[in-house]
Design a protein around this ligand. Structure first.
Ligand code: NCD
Ligand code: ZN
Length: 344
């Protein structure tokens, strides 16, 4: 039986670090295992301009533990007023690696997102021209579309039309949750990638709703039926280049999770690598974990994989159930089964 596994150092291609006290508390959890991460720009107010992204990057670097060589890969939050010239300059200087599209109202801090997709056409055309990827939160927001159908409807109504009308645009379908998204990603060329979170490989909608409501399993896009979880597992463990890890680790204080109208997000930075090793081992795919966590993402983003490595060993991991922050505790995602791999 395999007792250790060494892979290239992993990266996280979708991460929420927040700001201030929360940033200081959660950043070490990611920097401990990951070399780089695509940093989500949904702060309040959002990170819209190159100047705002540069200032946010400086705050992240200042919050890093002594001696850490973690690299934040910055993104801009696309609004209907985003300036194509500012986006181009932020990309040319090496500051940003992607632009994030939130349909207005789709998720946490998405109020400044896009309602009229025609208004962002000049930015998307600029991005296609310079090869800057668009990271997409793929859910429609229409009140008459069932929340469990919002991803599949987005693909048909918004994503596919945008991609057809913007040839050359590189797109990441983020945190996919359905077999519809897996099938669409597989039907397209190498200019389309898809991230998959840790928690969507583990939970289905029963985990949220059966036997009492579990706010810590509520995230967006919401977990779907078991058949969708199995499709995500098959995609992640396939080793196919288009699928890579984006944890969507999204910290909220317990006080904000456990409300009558609680926040969406699962905090998985701390135990993601332990959970992934377990998932890949269960699916007889440990040998493909490196592709999902360490190789496919850099290849999509045109970056080299790390020379350094991460070793996992077959031992019970030791981490707290909650991370303490000056804003209050943040609960670490509970996979619901004992973990048997830990980072050495
Ligand atoms: C994210 C957050 O809290 O910022 N929440 C979540 O449930 N994933 C936003 C997002 O990525 O949708
Ligand atoms: Zn997210």
């Amino acid at each position: 039986m395999t007792s250790t596994l060494t892979i290239r150092r992993p990266d996280d291609w979708h991460l929420h670090l927040r700001d201030g006290a929360m940033l200081r508390a959660v950043l070490p959890e990611t920097a401990r295992h990951f070399g780089r991460a695509i940093i989500m720009p949904n702060l309040v107010p959002p990170v819209v301009t190159g100047a705002q992204a540069a200032a946010y990057r400086d705050r992240i670097l200042a919050a890093l533990p002594e001696g850490s060589d973690f690299t934040p890969l910055m993104t801009l939050y696309l609004t209907e007023d985003s300036d194509p010239a500012d986006v181009e300059a932020a990309h040319a200087s090496g500051l940003i690696r992607a632009v994030k599209l939130y349909p207005a109202g789709a998720t946490t801090n998405s109020a400044s997102g896009v309602t009229n997709f025609d208004k962002v056409r000049p930015v998307l055309e600029k991005m296609a021209g310079i090869g800057l990827p668009l990271c997409v939160h793929g859910e429609v927001t229409d009140a008459d579309i069932d929340i469990f159908d919002r991803e599949a409807v987005f693909i048909d109504r918004i994503l596919d039309p945008i991609r057809r009308s913007t040839p050359g645009l590189r797109v990441v379908m983020e945190h996919i949750t359905t077999s519809d998204a897996v099938d669409y990603a597989r039907s397209q060329g190498s200019d389309l990638g898809a991230t998959i979170t840790t928690h969507h490989l583990v939970i289905n909608r029963n985990h949220i709703l059966a036997g009492g409501i579990k706010p810590h399993y509520y995230c967006l896009p919401v977990a779907k039926r078991e058949e969708h979880r199995l499709a995500l597992r098959a995609a992640a463990t396939s080793g196919e280049a288009r699928f890579f890890l984006g944890t969507d680790s999204a910290p909220h204080t317990d006080a904000n999770k456990l409300l009558p109208c609680g926040c969406a997000g699962c905090f998985t930075a701390t135990n993601t690598m332990s959970i992934l090793a377990q998932v890949f081992e269960e699916d007889s795919a440990l040998g493909r974990l490196e592709r999902f966590a360490s190789l496919n993402g850099p290849a999509f983003y045109g970056l080299p994989p790390h020379d350094s490595t991460l070793t996992l060993e077959k031992k019970t991991p030791d981490y707290p159930a909650q991370i303490s922050t000056d804003d209050g505790p943040v609960t670490v995602f509970d996979p619901g089964f004992p973990l048997t791999w830990r980072v050495a």
